[in-house]
Ligand binder design. Structure first.
Ligand SMILES: [Zn+2]
Length: 191
């Protein structure tokens, strides 16, 4: 009688495991179905992934859209002109061209981290220059032919602020020169 009992128990265990697995896979299918039924275009239009220096990790943040009036209230006239109207500060006029302190440069408009002092170098141009952004996700670029020749404009990925341009005459290891406007940046020294 012991053997058949064991077999019955084994069969019961097998059946319960089988139904548990079946149940789990059904749940997974339901989750998959519900997430695929959400509109991915809508999600990506609202949130972007950026690197946070404070958290030392990637985070999801809302994109920022503000009216000209709202930016005007928040920014100095020169920051407004540069970041929202693609202006350029006068060379050697900005406060960060000669800043050698350790820290993080973030967007004056929305606070997104953009560059670290570790990638800043002396370009001699009179504008703060970096050979790499803090993360490629934190900036966006666009072709700019406003001066009659092609340049690559650099913007904040989160709020679209104009930051400056990137050129291919920078130092190693990237060979890039991110030529930024001081008034588009806010510097936070390392603690
Ligand atoms: Zn920004």
């Amino acid at each position: 009688m012991k053997i058949p009992n064991n077999m019955v128990n084994a069969l019961a265990l097998f059946l319960s495991l089988f139904s548990a697995i079946g149940c789990t896979s059904k749940k997974a299918e339901e989750v998959k179905f519900s997430s695929s039924s959400m509109d991915p275009v809508e999600i990506s239009a609202q949130k972007i992934k950026v690197f946070s220096a404070e958290k030392n990790a990637y985070i999801w943040v809302e994109r920022i859209y503000k009216s000209d009036e709202e930016w005007k209230k928040q920014l100095s006239p020169l920051s407004l002109e540069v970041t929202r109207q693609k202006g350029t500060e006068r060379a050697f006029s900005g406060k960060y061209a000669d800043n050698h302190a350790k820290g993080i440069y973030s967007c004056i408009c929305c606070g997104t981290d953009l560059f670290t002092s570790d990638t800043k170098f002396e370009s001699g141009t009179g504008w703060p220059s970096f050979w790499q952004p803090i993360a490629k996700e934190n900036i966006s670029t666009a072709s700019d032919s406003d001066l009659g020749y092609e340049r690559t404009e650099v913007m904040c990925a989160r709020c679209g602020a104009h930051l400056g341009h990137v050129f291919d005459d920078g130092p190693k290891p990237t060979g890039l020169r991110y030529c930024m406007n001081s008034v588009a940046l806010n510097f936070t020294p390392s603690k």
